[in-house]
Design a protein around this ligand. Structure first.
Ligand code: 5GP
Length: 207
């Protein structure tokens, strides 16, 4: 309970639910979130900040706010992040504090993907009843390796970093509330399972 005092005054109450989709790079978090966006127009999907370069086809403000390291460091100093982390040992990623807490106070359902460090930070900051965490499992490491490579050009070193983070993330999967498998070629089933969990977990918000 310690961390809550950092964010909430005694009168403040969160009415909504923050849903974190976690899991290794290439496990399909982005695809699942895009599908949820199509199905749930009323949910809030905040955009995080990163210092990594945009990939081909990525626009600023679409998948991320792409910022320079100096700007990111300034934002850390100003206390603008709910959490931030260095992911795959090079780039910074961070969720804007008010992007999450504002809608959470208002009773919204918020969906965001973060890495395992983000999950751990947020778990200590948001009350359990306002948080739902879903881990995306992959069927095999070889499958995952293929998916990461299909995303585009990547050095052997970069790939190795992602595979190393993956092993660490998989070892912590059971800290999440649910685990959903994303088997190659079965994305519809995976999205269906995630949707069922979410609908069941948010029904008390509308009672
Ligand atoms: P990518 O660069 O492939 O979009 O994301 C790399 C990793 O960073 C993914 O595991 C993704 O879930 C994670 N990530 C994306 N946004 C955030 C964020 O705001 N905070 C944290 N801690 N991780 C994030």
């Amino acid at each position: 309970m310690v961390g809550y005092n950092l964010l909430m005054t005694s009168e403040e109450k969160y009415l909504g639910k923050l849903i974190l989709i976690v899991g290794p790079s290439g496990s399909g978090k982005g695809t699942v979130i895009n599908r949820l966006k199509q199905s749930f127009a009323g949910f809030v999907f905040p955009i995080s900040y990163t210092t990594r370069d945009p990939r081909e086809g990525e626009e600023d403000g679409d998948s991320y706010h792409f910022v320079m390291k100096k700007k990111f460091e300034q934002m850390i100093e100003n206390g603008e992040f709910l959490e931030h982390a260095v992911v795959h040992s090079d780039n910074f990623y961070g969720t804007g504090k008010e992007d999450i807490l504002g809608p959470l106070r208002d009773g919204a359902v918020i969906v965001r993907e973060v890495d395992m460090q983000g999950f751990h930070s947020i778990k200590d900051l948001i009350p359990k009843e306002n948080l739902l965490t879903i881990f995306m499992k992959v069927s095999s490491l070889e499958d995952l390796r293929g998916r990461i490579l299909r995303r585009g050009e990547m050095s052997e070193e970069e790939l190795q970093k992602r595979m190393d983070s993956t092993l660490k993330e998989i070892a912590q999967a059971d800290e999440c509330d649910y685990q959903v498998e994303n088997k190659w070629g079965e994305i519809d089933k995976c999205v269906g399972n995630v949707t069922t969990i979410i609908l069941d977990e948010i029904k008390d918000l509308y009672e």
